[in-house]
Design a protein around this ligand. Structure first.
Ligand code: ADP
Length: 484
């Protein structure tokens, strides 16, 4: 597919080229073919975008929530109309199977709808004073210009999950999409343009991450950076934010444990492990990264999982029946190979997979299960971001809770059991921001998504998600009525 997009720089309602004429390529990870060449935005374009967002802020933030929601409803309907084209483009630039890309576009649209609804529900508070001549108000205000930095693994949904609540709250935005997958973001910005969004309210700069990042962090006008990506870059942003004391909302890496107890429905657990581990070729931040199975059922669970894995079809995601597409790029593939080689060299057993798949040109790797793993293997502590899962046996609850929590990450954890007491007790002891009990799909527009520890800070989705973009102004009023 040749893409009709020519630029990923959108400033003050206009699509433009880069100031220095540099370009970058977007390639299809399933075929390695070039699908687009875009202007390479940098610091200058970013400063222009910030200025446009700053100029648009007063008028946008003065609108009522209901007025702002109209644009979000319009964008939602346009996204529904364009969903098939968007899904195909998403697969083209990112590699995920078409059925998953369609699911992502639905997910992306759900944030537009949810925050269209939430726009008129941002409440303040009237605090009862302890003095009779005082009135104390807490008044919500949009935080100002927001920078939204999005990743390549969900090139559409992570854009709307950030942009929709920001706009609903009355903020204006500079969006920086991942340079590997800017095309979906461009189409979403076009949707907002067609939805009639006033110029300058949403701007975008695709291009050089370091330069754009630096310009965003140095600007006194950018008051919040909302970021999804690696813990490594998240830490750079934390450092950068000190210069101007910016607020940050960070959704970073994860290393999700998947716990299977002997009383669990093993077929359901294996089905869900398959979905959690291998969707998006293992490239989601809440992907299962390590499976712990109670020893009495380990062999049976692993056999069922292996049987299901053997039925997965690898290939170009544009083919309707493909289950596993390519990894995003060469370094993603290298990391996966390295973790598997490391585990095998330290004594792990290969249940299935274990090799690069060469049926096509792209960055493919076979869905893989490793057994007899130990804590010293890289895969047990490093985020894998690929279609490989280690399975380890455990004996009792205390042991598995300690193993599950033994990580710097704290994004998502999953547990499978049919014992209600056990489910609640274990859930309460797991140090994670998101817990799935017999469920590996917790992500939804209505609920707060976010991690603890080195997985980040802040929430996305739910009514909590919009609060990231709101500051509470406290107002103390003294009445001259003679009362104390
Ligand atoms: P991954 O390692 O999964 O590619 P990254 O954290 O590198 O994740 O990327 C997530 C997003 O952060 C992308 O939009 C990327 O361009 C951006 N990014 C990478 N480096 C920087 C940086 N130094 N400053 C700001 N954004 C960055």
């Amino acid at each position: 597919m040749i893409v009709d997009t020519v630029t990923g720089i959108f400033v003050n309602g206009k699509w433009k080229t880069s100031n220095h004429g540099k370009t970058f390529e977007v390639n299809n990870p399933a075929t390695l073919e070039k699908i687009a060449e875009l202007p390479y935005g940098g610091g200058e374009e970013t400063r222009e975008a910030i200025d446009a967002a700053k100029a648009a802020f007063p008028a946008w933030s003065e609108l009522t929530g209901r007025e702002r929601s109209t644009y979000l409803y319009n964008a939602y309907h346009l996204m529904q109309e364009r969903k098939e084209k968007l899904a195909r483009l998403l697969t083209e630039e990112q590699g995920k199977p078409l059925k998953e890309a369609r699911g992502e576009i639905e997910f992306a649209a759900s944030f537009l709808l949810w925050y269209a609804e939430e726009a008129s529900r941002i409440y303040g508070e009237m605090v009862p004073a302890t003095k009779r001549n005082k009135r104390l108000w807490v008044v919500p205000k949009p935080i100002g210009v927001v920078a939204a930095i999005t990743p390549w693994n969900f090139p559409a949904a992570m854009v709307t999950r950030k942009v929709a609540p920001a706009l609903a709250a009355g903020c204006t935005v500079v969006l920086k999409p991942a340079e590997l997958t800017p095309l979906s973001a461009i189409e979403i910005v076009k949707i907002f343009e067609d939805a009639g969004l006033p110029k300058g309210v949403l701007n975008m700069v695709a291009g050089n991450p370091e330069e754009i990042g630096e310009a965003l962090m140095e600007s006194k006008d950018v008051r919040l950076v909302t970021f999804t990506g690696s813990t490594e870059v998240g830490k750079l942003l934390i450092e950068g934010s000190a210069k101007t004391v910016k607020k940050l909302s960070l959704e970073l890496g994860g290393h999700a444990p998947f716990l299977v107890f002997e009383d669990a429905d093993l077929n359901l657990a294996a089905e869900q492990a398959l979905a959690s581990k291998y969707r998006n070729c293992g490239q989601t931040c809440i992907c299962t990264n390590r499976i712990y199975v109670q020893s009495a059922v380990k062999e049976e669970f692993t056999r069922i999982l292996e049987e299901k894995v053997s039925k997965l079809k690898i290939g170009n995601g544009q083919e309707e029946d493909v289950d596993i597409g390519p990894l995003i790029n060469e370094s993603g593939l290298k990391k996966v190979k390295d973790q598997v080689e490391d585990a095998l060299s330290k004594g792990a057993d290969l249940y299935t997979g274990g090799s690069q798949w060469s049926g096509e040109n792209g960055y493919y790797y076979e869905p893989t299960i490793l057994a007899n793993v130990t804590e010293e293997m890289k895969i047990m502590s490093q985020e894998t971001f690929g279609p490989v899962v280690p399975v380890m046996a455990f004996e009792n609850e205390e042991e598995v809770i300690s193993k599950a929590n033994d990580t710097d990450y704290g994004l998502a954890a999953f547990l499978f059991t049919n014992d209600l007491n056990r489910a609640i007790t274990i859930m309460e002891k797991l140090d994670y921001g998101i817990i799935g009990i017999n469920d590996v799909f917790p992500g939804t527009a209505e609920a707060p998504f976010g991690g603890i520890k080195e997985s980040g800070m802040g929430k996305e989705g739910g009514h909590e998600g919009i609060q990231e973009f709101v500051e509470m102004k406290y107002v103390s009023i003294g009445l001259q009525n003679g009362k104390q």
